[in-house]
Design a protein around this ligand. Structure first.
Ligand SMILES: [Zn+2]
Length: 392
């Protein structure tokens, strides 16, 4: 894919009045203004107008000014594992190889490649991220780079750690539980409580693998054997005859400030639970196809009233962190989804998933002056969104 994306502008720190015009202004995926301009004052959007400004303005050209993209789930720390892991030998083998190779690479190399990945993210129009880090190494990189969003320190197992949570306008620090089958219920509840006490989003992978579903449903199987082998006593875990979603719902983990990621193995009842509890959802279709040869049922989620965000997962399971490429994949593999929905997934839905929708996700009055310009030509109302998605 040729990269047509031109520039990401963060003018929210400038204390002056500026007008930014372009051939098109995308206020949100459903509101496209031909030949318009944005009025910015003290770093905030204070007006969206039609026509050409009479005062001096910054003219970006015939393309589109739009909200910056949100990659709501990724693991920047795994960037050094790009092209290192096999996708055709099963999920367990992938996880095992990932852990071995991550250990062998060492922190220095992981940080070096993570730094490159952060630059690639910015270059490809992503400003907000929901970054998961088990090794707790990418927070400072994100802060220094100008990326925004949430850094999630991720935990698994059963030890209850001391955690650091901090809410910020730029980068917030929160916590994530790895998954229902890898983390004790006590740990998951403690992490959720820590995040909630600071008004922060808590993240968890859920309903991703068949092993996970089998373990939560049957309380036995190969995952149960693995935990027993590792000396982890799960006898008190209240699993059995449950789906991963219903299990973590019973633990009290699902609400508007939990971000549930993947949801490959969910039934209608699970979707009803997610919708009713207003749980935020993020899907990572390219990663799912590589690791599980399966895609999440996005159309059904939307019918149920869920508004999924989009993420890439890591370079260990997906060939890029580029949100344009993730959107293009969704467009190809979900012919039932309209371009408006796909663009909303990577803008406003992502912003809601990270709890930053008061600052970004749309170019409307009161939001931060953070803009993305795509220099596309020959646009009209009909082709604009699909041209953005294919970025050509
Ligand atoms: Zn993940």
């Amino acid at each position: 894919m040729t990269q047509k994306f031109k520039h990401l502008l963060c003018v929210e720190t400038r204390n002056k009045r500026e007008l930014h015009r372009a051939g098109w202004i995308m206020v949100d995926a459903a509101t496209l203004i031909e030949n318009g301009y944005l009025e910015i004052e003290n770093g905030l959007i204070c007006g969206v107008h039609r026509g050409r400004p009479e005062e001096k303005s910054i003219d970006h050209g015939p393309g589109v000014l739009m909200p910056p993209l949100v990659n709501a789930h990724l693991h920047i720390e795994l960037s050094a594992l790009k092209n290192c892991l096999p996708f055709d030998k099963g999920f367990k083998f992938w996880v095992k190889t990932l852990l071995e190779k991550r250990q062998a690479l060492g922190k220095k190399e992981l940080i070096k490649k993570a730094r490159d990945a952060v630059q690639d993210l910015i270059q490809s129009g992503t400003l907000y991220v929901g970054d998961i880090s088990t090794l707790n190494i990418t927070g400072p990189l994100i802060e220094d780079s100008g990326l925004k969003g949430i850094f999630f320190h991720e935990f698994l197992g059963s030890d209850i750690p001391d955690v650091f949570c901090l809410k910020n306008d730029s980068v917030s620090f929160s916590v994530a539980g790895h998954a229902p089958h890898t983390s004790s219920p006590q740990l998951l509840k403690a992490l959720k409580k820590s995040a909630a006490s600071k008004g922060l989003v808590f993240s968890i992978h859920v309903a991703e693998s068949d092993d996970e579903s089998e373990f939560i449903r049957d309380k036995k199987g190969s995952w149960a054997d693995f935990l027993t082998f590792r000396g982890i006593d799960f006898s008190s875990w209240q699993i059995g005859s449950k789906t991963p979603v219903s299990y973590i719902h019973d633990l009290g983990l699902l609400d508007f400030s939990t971000l549930a990621v993947h949801l490959l193995n969910v039934n209608d009842r699970d979707m009803d639970i997610l919708a009713r509890t207003k749980t935020k959802v993020c899907v990572c279709p390219r990663s799912n196809e590589n690791l599980h040869k399966k895609l999440p049922d996005i159309e059904r989620m939307i019918q149920k009233g869920i508004q999924p965000a989009l993420g890439t997962d890591s370079l260990a399971s997906c060939k890029s962190l580029n949100m344009f490429e993730e959107m293009a994949f969704v467009q190809t593999h979900y012919p039932g989804l309209d371009p408006e929905t796909i663009v909303a997934m990577s803008t406003i839905n992502g912003a809601r998933a990270l709890g930053v929708e008061h600052m970004t996700g749309t170019l409307s009055k009161g939001k931060k002056a953070q803009l993305l310009y795509c220099p596309l030509e020959g646009l009209n109302k009909k082709n604009l969104l699909s041209r953005i998605i294919s970025n050509e």
